[in-house]
Structures are given as structure tokens and as C-alpha cells.
Design a protein around this ligand. Structure first.
Ligand SMILES: Cc1cc2nc3c(=O)[nH]c(=O)nc-3n(C[C@H](O)[C@H](O)[C@H](O)COP(=O)(O)O)c2cc1C
Length: 192
């Protein structure tokens, strides 16, 4: 396994900046579960907070509500089949860690496992649950962050290929193909 190191909690926003799909882990009374989520958002740098929208029908909704902790694990492209599986079956019926070949290991700060195979982990304590529509927004205070030292320095290392998985629709996913650096405003732009 590649080495991962603890990071400043403010890096949670950078880890989520390109909008990757995540695997949410949660646990209540020693029963852990993992669920795929695409609706994930950085919410605040100080205090560091992130959000994930979870439908009330999901087992994960119940576990986060009861356990008041969750982890956003950031998977890489090799995990695409596992990511899809964790998004189409429920932990109420199956042990998804076993089914998807994912290994739960101890987190740095919370009593919820992180997924060993993922490149980064954002460990959160539940601050608030907001009902905004058919999904609820779970707001998490970031308690610890760790990330793969090669893939993430102070940002994701995107060269020709991105290691991250992005959800397009249904069973369709995409990667980012290359980075573009924005130039400062040019003079001709200012004349417009
Ligand atoms: C790519 C993908 C993204 C998903 N994103 C979300 C999401 O952001 N929020 C949500 O509530 N469900 C989302 N789902 C659906 C859940 O992952 C799915 O219902 C899962 O089976 C729930 O698992 P659980 O019952 O074990 O919690 C997504 C599914 C896929 C395949």
C-alpha cells in the first residue's frame, strides 16, 4: 500500500475540489457500511466543514444519523467496479466491504473505518442534518484528513490522467484528461 500522511484539516476542500465520487463509510454499534456518493461539497475552510447529500432510504442515512460520524474516502480509477457496486446494493442486505473487495481499517480520529484501498480520507463528526428536499444534507466537521503522498501533495496531481473518478450518469463515469492553468486577466479582456 502507498504511504499516506496526515494533513491539515483545511485540505479537505482541496481533496474535493475536482468533484470526485466518494465512498462514504459510517458505523453504528460496530456495524460498518460503505456507500457511493457523488453529491459531495466543501462547505467551509474555517472551521473546516464538508457536506454530503444522502437520501433517507439509504442504510448510510440511518448509520450517520445514529453514529454522528462519517468518513469520505476518495477512490481512484482502479476501484471503479467497487464504487459502482457500493452504489447499487444496500448494506442492509449485503456486506459491501466483502462484495466489493474493500478493506475497512482504523481511522485516525473517528470510530468509523476508512477504506484502505482509497487514496484519501476525510474523517468527520456530524454537525447538522438539513432537510432541503428529497435528500438530506449531512454537514460534517473535518476531524482528520489523510492522503496518498504521491497522488496528492497540496493538490491532486493531475498530469495526462487524473486518478479520480467522476460520475456522469447511471453506470457512466469519467476521468479528467488533463489540467489547464488559468492565465491572469489579459489586457484585451479588460477592453471588452
Ligand atoms: C455513482 C453513484 C453516485 C451516488 N451518489 C449518491 C449520493 O450522492 N447520495 C445518495 O443518497 N445516494 C447516492 N447514490 C446511491 C447510493 O449509493 C445507493 O442507494 C446505495 O445502495 C446506498 O447504500 P446503503 O443502503 O448501504 O447506504 C449513488 C450511486 C451511484 C452509483
Amino acid at each position: 500500500m502507498p504511504s499516506k500522511s496526515p494533513r491539515d484539516s483545511r485540505q479537505a476542500a482541496r481533496l474535493l475540489e475536482p468533484g470526485p465520487v466518494v465512498l462514504v463509510t459510517a458505523q453504528f454499534r460496530s456495524q460498518p457500511n460503505v456507500m457511493t456518493a457523488a453529491w459531495v461539497i466543501p462547505l467551509s475552510l474555517d472551521p473546516p466543514r464538508v457536506g454530503v447529500a444522502i437520501h433517507p432510504s439509504r442504510f448510510t442515512h440511518e448509520l450517520v444519523t445514529r453514529g454522528e460520524l462519517f468518513v469520505l474516502n476518495v477512490p481512484t480509477l482502479e476501484l471503479i467496479d467497487a464504487v459502482h457496486r457500493c452504489g447499487i446494493v444496500s448494506g442492509r442486505e449485503f456486506d459491501k466491504f466483502l462484495q466489493a473487495g474493500l478493506h475497512p481499517v482504523d481511522a485516525l480520529a473517528v470510530d468509523v473505518p476508512v477504506i484502505e484501498e482509497c487514496a484519501a480520507h476525510i474523517e468527520c463528526g456530524l454537525v447538522e442534518r438539513l432537510t432541503l428536499g428529497d435528500h438530506d444534507l449531512f454537514v460534517g466537521e473535518v476531524l482528520a484528513v489523510s492522503a496518498d503522498d504521491e497522488l496528492f501533495t497540496d493538490r491532486w496531481q493531475i498530469s495526462d490522467d487524473s486518478p479520480l473518478i467522476h460520475h456522469v450518469a447511471l453506470d457512466l463515469y469519467a476521468g479528467l484528461s488533463r489540467p489547464y492553468t488559468a492565465r491572469p486577466e489579459r489586457e484585451e479582456d479588460e477592453e471588452d
